[in-house]
Design a protein around this ligand. Structure first.
Ligand SMILES: *Cc1c(COP(=O)(O)O)cnc(C)c1O
Length: 468
């Protein structure tokens, strides 16, 4: 590790300190915590002003450079971002649209798989390639997906020599579009597995594989879920992009974020720590509202998951919330460890009023199916915009939360409406077409294997297929 490298430590205070290359290739920290930088880098208002007018690729390298110091220079980052974002279908990468005098949409779905996860995963694919090239290392990515992460991760690594990816999805429980986006990628390093079981079953198998020395040892396993620091880092950039376009740093902005695992909205919090003047971050949830209950009354307790039209927000617990808790605990790893252990044992956690007031940049709102449909209809009838269900939930929250009228509110549009055509048609009467690049999705050949919901079967499959 170079002397001036940015260093990363675990939220639970008891794992190796790593540099940026190290955290990119690792998933969970050895002590079960999540990696965060040892301090938040900060830009002055003058430095933020100097970012005005940069294109997205140049801005991305400027915003991320403090996190990769000692490992990648700003110039090197620019090269990687150029390759990553060259695959986006819109030349602004993340176009900003105006809805009315106060509300804006930030479209994050112009990447190859039509969800915001491409913004981070396309870059992660480039970073993996960069850190593996010139070594004889091989990475085996194992993941479970309820839909959007799987296709974005597969697209990011398909055809790369030193990487193999095994993606588990619950058989018959992802949409046809979501499944085909994964299973029609026929590159030899891509292995799609349909598990007879639920997403939680698939996720449990992946977790077990990471701890299984018969697998993680002979193979070097790596994770691509949103606990990976590099993914969060890439998402910080678009908060800067939107705010700069709306007059930052001379003006404060609010954001409304459709939230599941708390990765996307946590990136907004990081942007605020870095000096971007953010008035409020609105955490929008559906009826799976553990985060709304936590932020509104301090009640972070697990209850069952209810399937909704916004499946990427159907979560039981939000893994990235630990990163916020760590900050609210004064960045005390021992206190965070004790808190998380108690939570893992009881399924419950109370967040006291002092801790909540430390985190008062966050407010939250919950939308049920009617709230979501009304927001989608409003956007269509008053602004001509067709929104996907996740974005509909965030727009509902943005309009419900009474931000002072002179403060612009940016709703993050996280998926293309065509990814959720049935739900969009039910709410608005419009059936959105797939964009040109996916127009023949239903004619393409599919390849995947169906395995029983049995750990040994999946482990043996991975061991048999992985190239060592
Ligand atoms: C993943 C996802 C979300 C939730 O993002 P988190 O970072 O998990 O909070 C919201 N909308 C869509 C479309 C997604 O794919």
């Amino acid at each position: 590790m170079g002397n001036n490298s940015t260093e990363y430590f675990s939220t639970r205070g008891n794992a190796d300190i790593l540099d940026f290359a190290g955290v990119t290739l690792t998933g969970l920290a050895g002590d079960g915590g999540l990696y965060v930088p040892t301090h938040w880098p900060r830009f002055t208002p003058e430095q933020i002003k100097a970012m005005r007018g940069l294109d997205y690729v140049a801005l991305a390298a400027r915003v991320m450079a403090p996190f990769t110091q000692g490992v990648l220079s700003e110039d090197e980052l620019q090269g990687l971002c150029k390759a990553a974002y060259g695959s986006f279908a819109h030349s602004a990468i993340v176009p900003l649209k105006q809805l009315d005098s106060q509300h804006f949409l930030l479209e994050l779905f112009h990447g190859p798989t039509l969800a915001f996860k491409d913004v981070a995963l396309q870059l992660l694919g480039q970073l993996f390639e960069r850190f593996l090239s010139g070594t004889d290392k091989k990475l085996t990515i194992v993941g479970a997906t309820s839909g959007d992460t799987g296709s974005a991760a597969i697209d990011a690594v398909a055809g790369r020599d030193q990487i193999e990816i095994f993606m588990l999805h619950p058989h018959d429980r992802v949409s046809d579009v979501q499944r085909r986006q994964m299973t029609t990628i026929l590159a030899p390093n891509v292995h799609n597995i349909a598990i007879e079981g639920s997403f939680d079953d698939a996720q449990a198998m992946v977790k077990r594989m990471f701890g299984d020395r018969d697998v993680n040892g002979p193979l070097t396993l790596s994770a691509v879920n949103s606990i990976n620091w590099a993914r969060l880092m890439a998402q910080v950039v678009y908060y800067f992009a939107a705010a700069l376009r709306l007059g930052s740093p001379d003006r404060t902005i609010a954001f409304s974020v459709p939230t599941g695992n708390f990765g996307d909205v946590f990136a907004g919090y990081v942007a605020a720590q870095m000096g971007l003047p953010i008035e409020r971050l609105i955490v929008a949830t559906n009826v799976n509202d553990i985060l709304h209950r936590a932020l509104a009354n301090g009640d972070y307790s697990v209850s069952g998951v209810t399937p909704t039209a916004a499946p990427s927000m159907d979560i039981q617990v939000s893994s990235n919330f630990e990163r916020l808790l760590f900050d609210l605990e004064g960045r005390n790893g021992a206190a965070t460890l004790a808190r998380m252990k108690a939570f893992e044992a009881s399924g419950q956690m109370q967040i006291g009023p002092e801790m909540r007031s430390e985190g008062d940049i966050f407010i939250s709102a919950r939308a049920d199916a009617d709230d979501m449909a009304l927001a989608m209809r409003w956007a269509y009838e008053h602004c001509g915009e067709v929104l996907d269900p996740h974005t509909g939930i965030a727009l509902h929250a943005a309009r419900a939360e009474m931000i002072a009228p002179h403060i612009p509110v940016v709703t993050l549009a996280t998926a293309h409406p065509a990814k959720f055509r049935n739900a969009v048609e039910r709410a608005t009467g419009v059936r959105p077409a797939l964009p040109q690049r996916l127009a023949n999705l239903f004619e393409r050949e599919e390849r995947f294997d169906i395995l029983p919901g049995d750990y040994d079967a999946v482990r043996d499959y991975v061991l048999a297929k992985a190239v060592r």
